[in-house]
Every structure is written in C-alpha cells, then in structure tokens.
Design a protein around this ligand. Sequence first.
Ligand SMILES: *[C@@H]1O[C@H](CO)[C@@H](O)[C@H](O)[C@H]1NC(C)=O
Ligand SMILES: *[C@@H]1O[C@H](CO)[C@@H](O)[C@H](O)[C@H]1NC(C)=O
Length: 405
Amino acid sequence: MAEGVLYCTLLVLLGSAWSTLAQDTRLMRHLEHFTNVRNPAAVSNDAVLEARAYIKDQFSQYGLQVRINQFSTNVVVFNQERTVIGENIIGIARGYLGSPVLVVGADYDSTLEESPLENNGAGVAALLEIARNYMRMTGPGELYRRVKTVLFVAFDLNTREYANAQSDFRYGLPGSYHFLHQFLWPFLNQSANNFQGAIILDSISKFSERNNTQYLPPGFDLAFPEARHIGTQGAKGNFMALFSLGSAAIQRLTSTIISSYSRDPKSRMMRIQELLVNSNVNQGSTVPMFNHQSHFSFWTFQPADTPVSLPAVLLTDTGVYRSPGEECSIPCSAQNFLTPTRHDFIRLTTRSLTTAVLQLQAERTSSSSSQYHLYTNDGNPGGAAMMMTYTVSTLMVVCLLLLLQ
Ligand SMILES: *[C@@H]1O[C@H](CO)[C@@H](O)[C@H](O)[C@H]1NC(C)=O
Ligand SMILES: *[C@@H]1O[C@H](CO)[C@@H](O)[C@H](O)[C@H]1NC(C)=O
C-alpha cells in the first residue's frame, strides 16, 4: 500500500510536470529569442539580428511568403541624431479572393527602459502563434481554407516609444508608418475598400487580480464611460484592453474579436474591455495610453492631401499603466518570465485571435463539422508529446484504481 502511494505520487508529479512542459514549449521557444534589448542605442545589435532571423525563419516554416520592407528613420543615440535602417517583416497568407486584406501586427524592437519580453516580445510570440495556427488550420486537408489575404507583420523601430520628455531631438517616423506608405497602400491598390482592418498586439502579458494594479489617468472615466467600473471596483489590472475608434468600418472586426475572446472559458477570469476612442470626447490625459502604438499609424494614415483613416484596433495590457508587481528582473529568462498567469493570459489572446482571424478571412471546408479541433490542437505539442501525456494520464488512472481496491 505504502509503495502504491509512493508510485502514484511520483506519477502525479511526473504527469503534472509533463503537462506544464508540453503546454509551454511553443510560447517559451518563441520568447527565448526576445529576451534581450532590441534598440539602436543598445550595446550590441545582435539581439535585433537574432529576432529578425527568427521571425523570418518561423514565417517561412509556417508556409507564409516572406517580404522585407526596409526603411530608414532617425533615432537619437548618446545625444546624437543618427539615421538607421529598419526592417518590417511581412508574412503573407494569400486567399483566393485576395481582399479585403487583414493585418495582424506587433512591434519587435524594444525600448531601453522596459522589459524586452513585456514590450513587446510577448506580442511577437503571440503573433507567431496566431500565424502558425492560422496556416496549420487552413492547410491542405484541414478544416478551413484561406479565402481572403492575411498579412502577419513584425514592425521594426517604433520610434514613437523612444522619445523621452527631456530630449529636444526629433525622432524619425516609426516602422508602421513606413509599412503603410511603402508596402500596404500599394498592396491594397490604393483603396481602403480592399482593407478589412489591423489587429495590433502591444504589451499583452501583464495581469493582476489585486486592487490598484491598474493606473487610470485623470479624466479616464469621462473619456471611457463604458469602463468606469474599473475604478470603482478596485482598479484591478485584470483585463485585456481593446482600443478602437468605434467606427462602422471597425465594428465587424471588434465584434468578432470580442465574441471569440468571450467564448473562451478562460475569459471569465481574464476579460476583454473595449475602450472607445471617441473623437467627439476630449480624451485629455488618456491620450498617451493609445497614441504611440502601431495602430496609430493606421488611424492617422494620410497617403496624399486627404487623410484616409484605416480601421485598426490595439490589444494591450496598457503597458506602463499597469503594474502587477510580478517583476522579472532584467535580464529575465523566458522561463522565469512565463509564469502560469502570463502563460494563460497570452494563450487566451492567441487562441481567441486565431479563431477571429479564421472567422474573418477563411471559410469552413465542406468536410468540417466540429469546433473541437480548434481548441484541442491550438498551439499544443506534437504527436509524441500528446502520446506521452495520454500515457501518463492512463497510468495515473490505473494507479488510482489500484489504490482504491
Ligand atoms: C490589386 O490589383 C491587382 C490587379 O488587378 C489584383 O490582382 C489584386 O488582387 C488587387 N489587390 C487587392 C488587395 O485587392
Ligand atoms: C478592493 O477594492 C474594492 C472596491 O474598492 C473593495 O471593496 C475591496 O475591499 C478591496 N479589496 C482589498 C483586498 O483591499
């Protein structure tokens, strides 16, 4: 009997260790390539080069057509203005109808001050997972087929996040601006009608159930009356924010994202909160919450004399406005970073966005009939790992039965 207990305990431990390991491998493997500072002012450029190589390699492994959009912009390094070359990396999943085109994007550079995993390694890891799952689930013989085009984009040099208040220097335009002008607009044949919208992931890993982990700038309640409860219910950083202009052009995109997010059982703990940036309301000091991320280049797009605001949403934990107190001192390893909470929060985003992108740009093949496939295989380990999990689980059951006799 005592031996039985010992064996069973060992098996339980082995089983749980294995399932954690199996669950985490993909995200962890992506994150391992984004642990160091990726900025022109960093001591070494190696981290940028490694990140670029990894993203390109992953995109092509998933079967995406890889395009590089090179651009030059100005940055300030040791109080000197310098011109640098950036690379936006684009993975194209063409559909047979082509348009309207959807963009899913995340910045892969980082600032000198913030955690390179938080801002925005986690967003890039999620981007890669969404791309991988989308391509896998629309592959030959799979449940879906690609109808409309999706562009998965890793943006370089978000200079809007580099500028600091003390500096008089002028930073150049960010990577997303150049992507829009040089790549996307020609790709859309200069027509907003060919565009479905953009989903931007920028800082998506911070989560806390504790009071006062979410800072709300003055005027937040007036700017976002729909989110007034955040302040009255203890200012908890326990949600994913979705910033949107609430225009007709974006409604289908936001409702698809919100409904697939809210259908996920995990969203009972980690909800999504839409924040409508209403041009008729004075957004006051809430503006810095949403004016420096890449979606802003879409909102403010102006190809010629007249502005053409392109639909885009920002998914974010609100970055510096949230402090869960779960620090990972720099340099932080991917392993230490990926706590169960961060893991669950990021995975909820990748799962629900994969579903949303499939709904928007793909269609069911005639042979498909169940939703089950989507939730079981999404982002999980390969066959060998699954076999191992099943074997351990079966042994555990046998073990329990023996004990109960
Ligand atoms: C742009 O025009 C070309 C040529 O007519 C067409 O093949 C392509 O699908 C169009 N692109 C989009 C995004 O509609
Ligand atoms: C958190 O804030 C709410 C609302 O202000 C309050 O009712 C609750 O007691 C607080 N909880 C803790 C643990 O302080």
